[in-house]
Design a protein around this ligand. Structure first.
Ligand SMILES: *Cc1c(COP(=O)(O)O)cnc(C)c1O
Length: 373
């Protein structure tokens, strides 16, 4: 049985009629950029996040860049981020001349270790970007407290957590401002690139609206008045139309992911050598990834591949050891929990359309492999 890590083709088949209609509707209207679909999607996504404003942008990486610009974070400033995340959390800092300062992870949740944030703060620190990794919220209460005490802005990286909750609140509405990515494989994925900035602060939203569209805000009249220098990073109409369709299914899809996670949990709890993901009692995860810990990870991964089961590693190299960040002078041993996790984590197939028989095949295959070791 062939089982991919995520299966976007099977999802398309379940919503094909709606999607095709949405795409052709845009082509027929021939309003391709900054039209009705984006405006509506921004309202609908803000509502979904239980926040006031949402601003569609080109992708999640741009969303972080635009926020840094809007907050005037730049040359010489430092921003604290977890060391186990996708590189996109860190890259935009270089785009504005700021520097990432990494913090180790909590080995149970894989999210930023809140007890290690204060030690990383210097006079230059301007912000902290907690990442809601694998679909579970970072521990926001202590983060907000530390930020308030040290006058830091909290920027949530919710790229992997559309719909997740922390103490009942939707992620993306907890910090000052947040980002979402609609990369195709995310819980809410476009058919191409797209991203969003979400905030309750009108001033920040207004600034992002202008920055994403060459520094202008008024649409038709004053088309060539540019109040500030911006960039071109707009969420296009075809993607917005697709995302509006998919947003209507998201709660159901996230629920299916949680159900699959529960099935995995129950099975793996019987296997000593496997550590299942720990979800804090104050969190409701949307399981972007289902990540286990296991000692002989690479062996298990290869054997699963042999029987047709794809798995992933998110992420194999912590950011401080990435060749791209060599200039910051970090070395092996600086973040022991993230380094240890990088050797043991394994992401199993996780998508809403997984079937009971697929999950059974995955779990029993893993059991067989582990018992033979
Ligand atoms: C996907 C992702 C992003 C942004 O990705 P884009 O591909 O630019 O939309 C940012 N942070 C994290 C943690 C991500 O997983």
């Amino acid at each position: 049985m062939k089982i991919p890590l995520v299966d976007l083709k099977v999802q398309y088949q379940t919503i094909k009629k709606e999607i095709d209609k949405a795409i052709f509707g845009v082509i027929e209207s021939s309003q391709f950029v900054l039209g009705e679909n984006l405006e509506k999607f921004e309202q609908e996504f803000a509502k979904f996040c239980e926040a006031k404003y949402a601003v569609g942008v080109g992708n999640g990486t741009d969303a972080i860049y635009l926020i840094l610009r809007a907050l005037n974070i730049g040359e010489g400033d430092e921003v604290i981020i977890p060391v186990n995340t996708f590189i996109a959390t860190a890259e935009p800092l270089n785009m504005v001349g700021a520097k990432p300062v990494f913090v180790d992870i909590d080995p149970e949740t894989f999210n930023i270790n809140v007890n290690k944030i204060e030690k990383a703060i210097t006079k230059k620190t301007k912000a902290v970007i907690p990442v809601h990794l694998y679909g579970q919220s970072a521990d926001m209460t202590p983060i907000l407290k530390i930020a308030r005490k040290n006058k830091l802005v909290v920027i949530e990286d919710a790229a992997q957590a559309h719909g997740a909750r922390y103490k009942g609140k939707r992620v993306g509405s907890i910090g000052e401002v947040s980002i979402f990515s609609f990369f195709p494989a995310k819980n809410l994925g476009a058919y191409g690139d797209a991203g969003m900035v979400v905030t309750n602060k009108r001033k920040i939203a207004e600034k992002i609206f202008a920055l994403r569209d060459h520094g202008r805000r008024e649409k038709k009249k004053n088309q060539y008045v540019h109040r500030i220098e911006g960039i071109n990073s707009r969420l296009d109409e075809i993607q917005a139309a697709i995302l509006r369709v998919k947003l209507r299914h998201l709660e159901k899809w996230n629920k299916a992911r949680r159900k699959h996670a529960k099935t995995y949990d129950l099975f793996f709890k019987k296997i000593d050598k496997i550590t299942v993901p720990k979800i804090k009692s104050v969190c409701e995860s949307v399981y972007y990834m289902y990540v286990i810990r296991v000692k002989n990870r690479d062996l298990l991964r290869n054997k699963l591949k042999e029987v047709g089961i794809s798995t992933g590693i998110h992420y194999p190299i912590p950011l401080h050891l990435q060749p791209a960040f060599k200039r910051f002078g970090y070395k092996k041993g600086d973040f022991p929990e993230a380094e240890k996790a990088a050797e043991e984590i394994l992401s199993l197939p996780m998508y809403p359309e997984l079937t009971v028989s697929q999950i059974k095949f995955i779990t029993t295959s893993i059991q067989k492999i582990i018992e033979k070791e």
